[in-house]
Design a protein around this ligand. Structure first.
Ligand code: NAD
Length: 458
């Protein structure tokens, strides 16, 4: 793994190595060897599975489709992570995303390891029947390695409740008489899914931002007088009107935009949203519920013609897809795909806060430049864990066959994320490290301690 994830893991291990209070039982040469072992374990996946699914198409041809499942690390529990249907899916991307899942679960104390899957297709080019067959084949080809106590997939880009329902049904057929409810999460509620799962990631993403700018400040955490530049940035924006732009208007982005729109604790104005086609901009603020209503009846897309805007009854300028990134806003939420802010475009970013709803939307070199500019980046593993947290609740509910109300799910979600943020934010304001580095170090520490205790470093 040569990704930015492995670079940040190695930096986290270096921080822990230099911290004499961390695992003091490991000294001198033994300590150096143990940390070398940790770097090698955590920067590579346990297993990488690849298949070419044989799928009969509607036109009578049979095609082969590349499909992947990476099992990165299961120190803390069964592998867990989404399955993505997107034409850009490839081995490196799946490995990197699986590593992020390991870290995300460790950071939020979710008792799962990290995995990720993908199928290299544009789902829009396939009929519902073909997608159904692709889902069935995926489960058939990977059936030996999947299961409620082995590896539990969930939706990701290009997949949703429908695909998880189909996959769970196939898992159940292949494993008669065995527990199956916890084999996939993100299922529809009528099929054993959890209330609130669909909104969980977007709600969690917005909550990390609101908590930083509002609840945490009100909690008398005593950083108001801190000379730390991050604390100064937070203080300079707290209680002031904020302009927000949200890239991506799918499962995550649309809910972040709605949460921000409805929030009464901050003075938000959502001036721009975007999707794979275009950016919509209105300096006076966009009507987010109307845009969600439009997207629901137009295959998830935003209006991108004057006629579409009229149909949605929304006033906005239609701009280029990339324009969303460079607007004069305080807050930019990235909720589309990875590598959106890179060394070649980072200088054009004006936002003071970037919230990573997507996985890995900022490259490693761009991240350092943002840090040097004093921009606060709420990183993916902290911000977008709502989905996996509620997936964990879904897995638990499936085991107990006792289901929580939506209000209970959101309360549990907020409590879990709050306890992570209360462990992370105070250290951030007493330190010059990025929030990403602090989150990764926290997650790597949890994993390293468990690997040591489990005897995996001998
Ligand atoms: P989705 O498929 O529902 O939506 C993706 C959105 O991004 C769509 O609006 C699409 O039009 C837009 N988009 C695609 N290509 C784009 C481009 N080049 N520029 C701008 N917009 C583009 O996916 P999602 O579930 O909302 O996931 C979005 C991101 O969040 C992904 O990185 C995913 O890994 C991450 N994530 C999702 C979940 C979850 O529960 N769904 C959980 C954690 C992380």
């Amino acid at each position: 793994m040569t990704s930015k994830t492995s670079a940040v893991i190695e930096r986290s291990l270096q921080n822990l190595l230099e911290d004499a209070a961390y695992l003091p039982v490991l000294q001198d040469e033994i300590r150096a060897k143990a940390f070398k072992s940790l770097a090698s374990i955590l920067s590579t996946p346990n297993r990488m599975h690849k298949s070419f699914l044989r799928v009969p198409l509607d036109n009578g041809e049979v095609t082969r489709i590349p499909a992947f499942r990476t099992q990165h690390n299961d120190t803390l529990g069964p592998y867990k992570g989404g399955i993505r249907f997107h034409e850009s899916v490839n081995e490196d991307e799946v490995i990197n995303l699986a590593a992020l899942m390991t870290l995300k679960n460790a950071l939020h104390e979710v008792p799962f390891g990290g995995g990720k899957g993908g199928v290299a297709i544009n789902p829009r080019n396939y009929s519902a029947r073909e997608l159904y067959l692709i889902c069935k084949k995926y489960v058939q080809y990977f059936s030996d390695i999947l299961g409620p106590d082995k590896d539990i997939p969930a939706p990701d880009v290009g997949t949703g409740e429908r695909e998880m329902d189909w996959m769970m049904a196939e898992y159940k057929s292949i494993n008669p008489g065995k527990p199956y409810r916890g084999s996939f999460t993100g299922k529809s509620v009528i099929n054993g899914g959890s209330l609130g799962r669909r909104e969980a990631t977007g709600k969690g993403v917005y909550f990390t931002f609101r908590y930083l700018l509002h609840d945490f400040l009100q909690g008398q955490h005593g950083f108001a007088g801190s000379s730390n530049s991050f604390a100064q940035t937070v203080m300079a924006h707290a209680g002031r009107p904020l302009k927000l732009a949200v890239q991506g208007f799918g499962n995550v982005g649309s809910i972040v935009a709605l949460e921000a729109y409805q929030c009464t604790k901050l003075q938000n104005k959502i001036v721009a949203v975007s999707d794979r086609n275009s950016t919509l901009y209105n300096a006076e603020g966009l009507d987010i519920p109307a845009l969600i209503g439009y997207a629901q009846t137009h295959h998830g897309d935003l209006p991108n013609t004057p006629e579409g805007l009229a149909e949605a009854n929304v006033k906005a300028e239609i701009r280029g897809r990339e324009d969303i990134l460079y607007l004069d806003v305080e807050v930019l939420v990235l909720a589309a795909l990875e590598d959106q802010i890179r060394a070649d475009n980072v200088e054009r970013i004006k936002a003071s806060f970037i919230v990573e709803g997507a996985n890995a939307p900022v490259t490693g070199d761009a991240d350092q430049i943002l840090l040097d500019k004093g921009c606060i980046v709420i990183p993916d593993i902290l911000a977008n864990a709502g989905g996996v947290i509620v997936s964990y609740f879904e897995w638990l509910q499936g085991r107990e066959t006792q289901f929580y109300s939506e209000a209970q799910v959101f309360e549990l979600l907020h409590d879990k994320m709050k306890s992570t943020m209360n462990a992370i934010y105070p250290g951030y304001f007493g330190n010059s490290r990025s929030l990403r580095q602090i989150c990764y170090t926290h997650a790597v520490m949890k994993l390293s301690t468990n690997l040591y205790i489990q005897g995996k470093l001998y």
